[in-house]
Design a protein around this ligand. Structure first.
Ligand code: PAF
Length: 289
């Protein structure tokens, strides 16, 4: 496994892979890796000859009062995990290599970022889209892999790839991988480590309430009362605040009040004990409460 932190070294490493006629998959990350990231690496390995993982804690996607300074950084642990997973190339740019002095460009995907996390974290998705487009241009992967846990991020990146006619990767080559969960359903996240043991136990209520919500909608209940019940269940479980609990169309993120079988997601962001948890589930039959 080769680790590079300058654009020149990256370009050389990518050229070496491509000159050998090999295909390349990229898994963009912010480090603090867990089993969820390993599932992305596995999906990448299944689709390309070589796998590159980027690790960059992207300052552009953190708000002024968010956790940029305290976001977990564990380069040695990440490197050991990626080596064991058979990753070929790690792109770990310094801040200056990624955002040199004078950097002034912002990529925005209007509309898709107007609700959900975009509403509660202004500028977040501009920061994500800007850095992801840079990563795509730097690595020029045949395939890029993202987790479904960040569903709004996934839809925004796919739309960006389509709108800008990206070729490496094309919109169709942006692969989504199902969320990896703990035994009680909690979605794996680098931020779960912010939870105290008691809050970690309570946090399992999020997925339980969401599964119950999906089951009720699929059984024919109207969306709004189901969401009211979900919010009440989270308050009862000890969640401090709910940013949103919504049912939306899967690709355009339009609100749905009356589910008619269309591709849809139930998406929730809620705070517990100082941690902000997000999760989403497909609204489809078979999601047992
Ligand atoms: O999902 C993440 O970890 C980040 O948002 C990403 C895609 C690496 C961009 O910084």
């Amino acid at each position: 496994m080769q680790t590079v932190s300058t654009r020149v070294a990256l370009a050389k490493a990518v050229a070496a892979i491509k000159s050998g006629g090999k295909t390349l998959a990229l898994v963009p990350t912010m480090g603090a890796l867990h089993r969820g990231h390993l599932a992305l690496v596995e999906a990448a390995r299944a689709r390309a000859d070589c796998v590159a993982v980027s690790i960059f804690v992207n300052p552009l996607q953190f708000g002024a009062n968010e956790d940029l300074a305290t976001y977990p950084r564990q380069p040695d642990h990440d490197a050991a995990m990626l080596r064991a997973a058979g990753v070929d190339l790690v792109w770990a740019p310094t801040r200056d290599a990624m955002l040199p002095p004078g950097f002034a460009t912002t990529v925005g995907v209007a509309g898709l970022d107007a609700a959900l996390c975009g509403l509660h974290r202004p500028g977040h998705f501009d920061g994500v889209a800007t850095i992801v487009l840079k990563l795509f241009n730097q690595v020029r992967p045949d395939v890029a892999v993202f987790g479904e846990k960040d569903w709004q991020q996934l839809t925004i990146i796919r739309r960006m790839a389509r709108d800008l006619d990206l070729a490496q990767p094309s919109a169709d080559a942006i692969i989504a991988v199902a969320t990896v969960r703990e035994a009680d359903g909690l979605a794996l996240s680098s931020r779960n480590r912010y939870l105290s043991p008691a809050d970690r136990t309570r946090a399992g209520a999020l997925n339980r309430a969401m599964r119950a919500g999906v089951a009720a909608i699929v059984a024919g209940e109207a969306v709004e009362p189901v969401l009211d019940r979900l919010r009440a269940a989270l308050c009862d479980a000890g969640f401090d605040r709910i940013d949103y609990a919504d049912v939306r169309t899967a690709d355009t993120l339009d609100p749905i009040t009356d589910w008619q079988g269309q591709a849809a997601r139930l998406l929730v962001a809620a705070h517990i004990g100082g941690a902000r948890l997000i999760d989403n589930l497909a609204v489809e039959p078979g999601c047992a409460a």
